[in-house]
Design a protein around this ligand. Structure first.
Ligand code: ATP
Ligand code: MG
Length: 340
């Protein structure tokens, strides 16, 4: 049995993907779950949130070991095979497969493998296309994790395609603006195209080999819903200016991602809206400085006065979101089993 993979995905930058992976990972850890976070963004922002610069430098400079996701898969670009990644312990039940700016160089290898996986002898192409999934599964097995959380960069390239086909579940963070709404119109069809493309490759291969000779991701990619993030909203603008875009999100999400329709006139009425997260203001730099999730800030970190209440509010928001995500994943898994 493979460990479930949950990816936060949007090709729009700055909508809060990394921040969500970071905070939901810490919340799960606090709830007693064992988690591996995997940084598949060549910007490596998630890695920088978890680790200080000295540690980062030593991981990136170290010779030999598979200290980052890129180093674990690098042998595939030559004649070698995937190396077990060195898993970084963040807390007893929270672990990280560090990202790497060099990951961007893997894009061409993945593009080639996508085409080759439909060819005569697809073994190596499948090995390459599923490399992120293999690495994440090795890491999860090593630390007995029950869930893998993945952060990706803001694009629709081959790296993200491989990250998404490795995903059992996908959450889409959205900014409260026109760009997110427009982006969603492309994002939904892309997700569905990738799911169908992977399914076609799996079917093609199993038609010629009774059982593919390596474990592969099923490519479920079940959309769990969207999170509306208000931190990008300019405060000087009247509420109406962004309500206009936000209230169109349910219809666009249902059409572009679920290929269905909805009567919800606003995210608050839409069960697919997992949460609306407010702008956490000064808690955010405080959390970055203290290298902590904002809901664990204390007075020693500077969260005094009204900030104390804001920390409690943030705790409640992330706790509800995380519980909703767990419930959604369980429900999706029950549906999957029932239809299998
Ligand atoms: N709820 C929030 N309140 C305040 N600031 C936030 C909130 N969520 C995210 N931010 C801040 O907004 C910025 C962008 O967020 P983040 O890096 O998580 O986005 P992203 O989607 O991962 O971006 P990229 O596409 O570049 O990877 C960061 O500086 C982050 O700290
Ligand atoms: Mg990011």
């Amino acid at each position: 049995m493979s460990v479930p993979v949950l990816t936060f995905f949007n090709n729009r930058g700055g909508v809060g993907k990394t921040s969500l992976v970071y905070h939901v990972s810490w919340m799960l850890e606090g709830m007693g779950r064992t988690v591996v976070a995997v940084d598949l963004d060549a910007q490596a922002n998630l890695t920088a949130a978890f680790l200080d610069e000295d540690r980062l430098e030593s991981l990136w400079e170290e010779d030999g070991g598979a200290t980052t996701v890129h180093r674990a898969i690098l042998p595939l670009t030559r004649v070698g095979d995937i190396l077990p990644p060195r898993v970084e312990r963040i807390a007893d039940q929270l672990h990280l497969v560090p990202g790497d700016v060099a990951l961007a160089t893997f894009e061409d290898t993945l593009s080639g493998a996508w085409a080759d996986s439909l060819g005569e002898d697809p073994y190596r192409a499948f090995r390459i296309l599923s490399a992120f999934w293999q690495v994440a599964q090795m890491a999860a097995e090593e630390v007995s994790a029950e869930l893998i959380l993945v952060d990706v960069g803001p694009n629709l390239g081959a790296i993200n395609r491989s990250a998404i086909i490795a995903s059992d579940y996908v959450v889409i963070p959205l900014g409260a603006d026109l760009f997110s709404l427009q982006g969603l119109k492309n994002l939904g069809p892309k997700l569905n195209e990738w799911r169908r493309g992977w399914r076609k490759r799996l079917d093609n291969w199993s038609a010629s080999h009774a059982e593919p000779p390596l474990p592969l991701p099923e490519g479920g990619m079940a959309p769990l819903g969207y999170v509306v993030q208000q931190h990008g909203v300019r405060l000087s603008r009247p509420v109406k200016a962004y309500d206009r875009w936000v209230n169109r999100m349910p219809a666009v999400y249902h059409e572009a991602v679920l290929e269905s329709t909805t009567t919800a006139a606003a995210p608050a009425q839409d069960p697919e809206c997992l949460a609306t997260l407010k702008h956490y203001r000064s808690l955010v730099p405080m959390g970055q400085e203290a290298r902590k999730p904002i809901f664990r800030l204390t007075s020693a970190d500077g969260a005094i006065g009204g900030h104390g209440q804001a920390v409690q509010d943030a705790y409640r928001d992330y706790r509800i979101l995380t519980e909703t995500l767990l419930a959604r994943m369980e429900a999706a898994e029950r549906r999957r089993r029932a239809s299998a």
